[in-house]
Design a protein around this ligand. Structure first.
Ligand code: G1P
Length: 287
């Protein structure tokens, strides 16, 4: 089976849930203390064996391009000022893997975005990581790796799911499960953001391993929820589709509460400020 070397990390959304800040800063660049979410996502891909990351953006999001380009002037400046560790920190993102940034002309939904990258993706299977979905794993493999391993077992496209509360199923792509084998679930159908009667509580949470078959399915997909070409609708046209109930903590960083949770949880884990953050939270004496 072909090895999976390419990942798409989507960063084209407008971030409307986070206006006004997203008028000036892409949500994918929001810092989790001092590191943008996007850098976490690229790290996850690389730790899962990915060699090239393709990032579709809107042309306004130039800060994303800047972040993945070397800035030798700034590196020299920091080194001369006695901060070689900071020079290293700003170079780091440019050394992780090949990063290809693709400017999109139009936003017509996730399916449309993936289709726009057809020529960059070629014939081999690839990973899709949604730029809003930060998934942190501690004692298990990165979530992309969990999915790639599952793909290598079943040989069919697969998406990462977790169960969510029934009250929030209308925010997600929800699968209709078939046979369940451990964490592996056969997918019998899928609905994007079901208004009522969700087929289950298993929600797609931003990770997919796809094959080139998806392109032809997207071609046959009419605009769906939100009048957009939905990846979910195209997935239902595949001959066979699996879901994998992955291990990991997922944060929706495009959502205010989700973002704040990520900052709190990940800052507590840090060596430099973790204890101080915990002390501060305790001092609040929250009831
Ligand atoms: C997208 C997908 C949806 C998925 C969700 C996960 O929706 O279309 O199927 O459940 O991401 O975050 P969005 O949140 O971009 O509207």
């Amino acid at each position: 089976m072909a090895t999976i070397k390419k990942a798409v990390i989507t960063a084209a959304g407008l971030g409307t849930r986070f206006l006004p800040v997203t008028k000036g800063v892409a949500k994918e660049m929001f810092p989790i203390v001092d590191k943008p979410t996007l850098e976490y996502l690229v790290e996850e891909a690389v730790a899962s064996g990915i060699e090239e990351v393709i990032i579709p953006i809107l042309k306004e999001k130039t800060e994303i391009c800047r972040f993945f380009e070397r800035n030798e002037y700034y590196e020299d400046y920091l080194t001369k000022k006695g901060h070689p560790e900071l020079a290293k920190a700003i170079r780091y993102a440019t050394t992780l893997c090949k990063v290809t940034i693709v400017e999109l002309n139009d936003l017509k939904g996730l399916g449309y975005t993936i289709y726009s990258l057809k020529d960059y993706l070629g014939d081999d299977p690839f990973v899709v990581i949604l730029g809003d979905d930060l998934i942190i794993t501690k004692d298990s493999d990165p979530v992309c790796k969990q999915l790639i391993d599952a793909y290598n077992r079943v040989g069919y496209p697969i998406l990462g799911v977790q169960t969510v509360d029934k009250s929030v199923t209308s925010k997600y792509g929800i699968i209709k499960p078939g046979k369940v084998d451990g964490r592996l679930i056969e997918v019998k159908g899928m609905v994007e953001k079901p208004k009522d009667n969700p087929p289950s509580c298993y929600a797609a949470l931003g990770r997919y391993v796809l094959t080139k078959d998806i392109f032809e399915c997207i071609e046959r997909t009419e605009p769906g929820a939100g009048d957009e070409i939905q990846l979910t609708d195209a997935l239902t046209k595949l001959d066979k589709l699996y879901a994998y109930d992955f291990i990991g903590n997922r944060y929706d960083i495009g959502d205010k509460l989700g973002y704040v949770k990520a900052v709190i949880d990940l800052s507590i884990e840090r060596d430099d400020i973790g204890e101080d953050v915990k002390g501060y939270i305790k001092s609040l004496n929250l009831k």
